[in-house]
Design a binder for this molecule. Structure first.
Ligand code: CMP
Length: 138
């Protein structure tokens, strides 16, 4: 079993599609083992996006991620990291095929419904940034 951190981004919550997106994950064999609603601040975003802080897209990304409530979750299944990213589709929603989560609900590169961890190392770091051990029910 593998764990991945999923953030249901402000656009997902504003569109009220977080239930439908979570349902897709659950129907694809993921177990929900941790979940909370949050309003992200710069401190947690700098830790979460530590690899992107110097990139030109980081300031508008950080603004967007603070623009509304998010839901942060840990999902578990075999091959969870690759499977979640396959279900989301490419980062740029405008290039994501229909049937993928971003293809069906996303807008563009930034407004793209969900974040999902991109490696086992990132997943471990990201999960511990948002959840204590006691908050994970795996
Ligand atoms: P996410 O999975 O949250 O991880 C990093 C985020 O940065 C990514 O989704 C996009 O929302 C955003 N991102 C990555 N590359 C770009 C880019 N070239 N321009 C704008 N935003 C980007």
């Amino acid at each position: 079993m593998e764990r991945t951190l999923i953030i249901f981004k402000p656009d997902c919550v504003a569109k009220k599609v977080e239930g439908e997106v979570l349902d897709r994950f659950l129907k694809n064999g993921f177990n929900l083992i941790a979940c909370k609603m949050s309003r992200l601040n710069m401190d947690i975003l700098k830790r979460h996006y530590c690899d992107h802080i110097e990139k030109p897209f980081f300031p508008p990304l950080a603004d967007f991620m603070q623009s509304g409530n998010v839901i942060v979750a840990v999902l578990e299944r075999e091959n969870a990291i690759a499977k979640a990213r396959e279900m989301l589709g490419p980062t740029d929603s405008s290039k994501a095929p229909k049937g993928t989560i971003r293809g069906d609900f996303g807008t563009d590169m930034r407004v793209n419904v969900c974040h999902a961890s991109d490696s086992a190392e990132s997943a471990e770091r990201e999960i511990s940034n948002f959840f204590s051990k006691e908050e994970i029910f795996g």
